[in-house]
Design a protein around this ligand. Structure first.
Ligand SMILES: NC(=O)c1ccc[n+]([C@@H]2O[C@H](COP(=O)([O-])OP(=O)(O)OC[C@H]3O[C@@H](n4cnc5c(N)ncnc54)[C@H](O)[C@@H]3O)[C@@H](O)[C@H]2O)c1
Length: 392
């Protein structure tokens, strides 16, 4: 019988509900409490989600002795205070991305977590897709040969209208970067994970397509449509579109387009990797297929069928071939890796299962975002990742 683990979640909004759903599927994790910005909204959400305890402050949730793991799904500006408070009480922390609004802040969180000896994770959830793991294993085994080109995009359309609004667009709540920190960080973590190489240089051109937006009186959840009740016009300075060239430490070159104003793209995350022997391409919106490109034999479309996958990738499947697995299943896979690690009593420095991204990965993603901003500021020039963080 597995020892039960108690979790509490701060920030029960759009993605918070999916953290709760995912841990419930694990079978050995108790959802002890949630904390929202007020006691009444926490109670309302706790009742809707069937959770016993509801707190009006994150401090109260972190103090609860039944909470061993704190999930942070608050808007970005609250990540530092919530995570530092949890670390101070020596609770394990699972934070959503971006870990922090700057590399310097992400570094503080990484250092504090290491000092306290807690387990720390960031939910870069696309790592949990079985065919992402298949691509990663193929590359690690040398099936593609040395990689020379890594490219793709992360495009959405939920911020296309000037009536669409999110705290992500307000620098004091979301950070100086909007689209790149919000979804570009996912793409960067994903391709680095699959390729086994870090991004070391970036050259970025950022654009604010919608320069004025109508901010609604009440806050709205991600992906909800703005409407007639929109009131106050506000000037937007953070990017909703980005074109970025990247260089990888292993010598591969690449590029990524990031945008949240691209009509028709809902959650259009995709990457392609070209090596000297073969290529792979994976699209999040068709995540049960992996395209494999070859020069001298026919290309292939590998289906997410456990019997066709490598043993490592197979561990991330839960249904037979033809039974589609999706976003929530991959999210659950990430939390299974993290909670499996905690349940086994591992030390924070022990080797991690593949889908487990740490604050170290969150820090590196924040360094990329900082370098993208700096590159754009300097007129789209090559900028070394980490240099900006080191200079501050
Ligand atoms: N991994 C993913 O794919 C993914 C998807 C969406 C969002 N996210 C990340 O998750 C975080 C939350 O995003 P979201 O879209 O769910 O936002 P959201 O606005 O829907 O939810 C945030 C929640 O935090 C609550 N909150 C605000 N202030 C609080 C406080 N002081 N104490 C406790 N709770 C408070 C809000 O009431 C709301 O319920 C962000 O960092 C975002 O980048 C990740």
């Amino acid at each position: 019988m597995m020892k039960r683990i108690g979790m509490g979640l701060v920030g029960p909004g759009f993605v918070g509900a999916h953290h709760i759903d995912a841990v419930r599927r694990l079978g050995f994790v108790d959802v002890v409490a949630i904390a929202a910005s007020t006691e009444s909204s926490a109670r309302r959400k706790a009742d809707a989600l069937g959770i016993a305890k509801a707190y009006g402050s994150y401090e109260a949730l972190i103090d609860d002795p039944d909470v061993q793991v704190v999930h942070n799904t608050t808007p970005n500006y609250l990540h530092v205070p919530v995570i530092l408070a949890a670390i101070a009480r020596r609770k394990h922390v699972i934070s959503d991305k971006p870990l922090a609004m700057s590399a310097a802040d992400a570094r503080r969180l990484l250092d504090a977590a290491n000092m306290a000896g807690i387990v720390h994770a960031v939910t870069f959830n696309y790592r949990g897709n079985p065919l992402v793991q298949q691509a990663r294993e193929m590359i690690a085994a040398g099936e593609l040969g040395p990689l020379h080109f890594i490219h793709g995009a992360y495009l959405q359309d939920w911020l296309l209208e000037d009536t669409d609004f999110s705290w992500r667009l307000e620098p004091e709540k979301g950070g100086e970067s909007s689209a790149v920190a919000d979804i570009g960080s996912h793409w960067c973590d994903l391709v680095q994970h699959v390729a086994g190489q870090r991004i070391v240089d970036v050259m970025a051109d950022l654009t604010t397509v919608i320069g004025t937006r109508l901010k609604p009186a009440a806050s709205t959840e991600a992906f909800t449509r703005g409407g007639a009740e929109a009131s106050e016009p506000v000037a937007i300075h953070s990017e909703d579109l980005a074109t970025i060239l990247v260089r990888f430490e292993g010598g591969a070159k690449g590029c990524v387009s990031v945008g949240q104003v691209c009509a028709g793209h809902k959650n259009g995350l995709w990457f392609e990797m070209n090596g000297r022997r073969a290529s792979v391409r994976w699209l999040q919106e068709r995540q049960n297929e992996l395209w494999i490109g070859r020069r001298d034999t026919a290309n292939a479309l590998l289906a997410k069928d456990p019997s066709l996958l490598s043993p490592g990738a197979r561990a991330y499947t839960h249904l037979p071939g033809g039974h589609q697995e999706a976003w929530a299943d991959a999210f659950c896979n990430v939390l299974r890796d993290v909670y499996g690690f905690i349940a086994a009593g591992r030390s924070p420095g022990d080797p991690k299962p593949p889908a487990f991204a740490t604050f170290e990965d969150g820090y590196h993603a924040a360094c990329i975002v900082d370098a993208v901003l700096e590159s754009h500021r300097r007129g789209a020039v090559w900028t070394r990742v980490g240099e900006v963080a080191a200079a501050r």
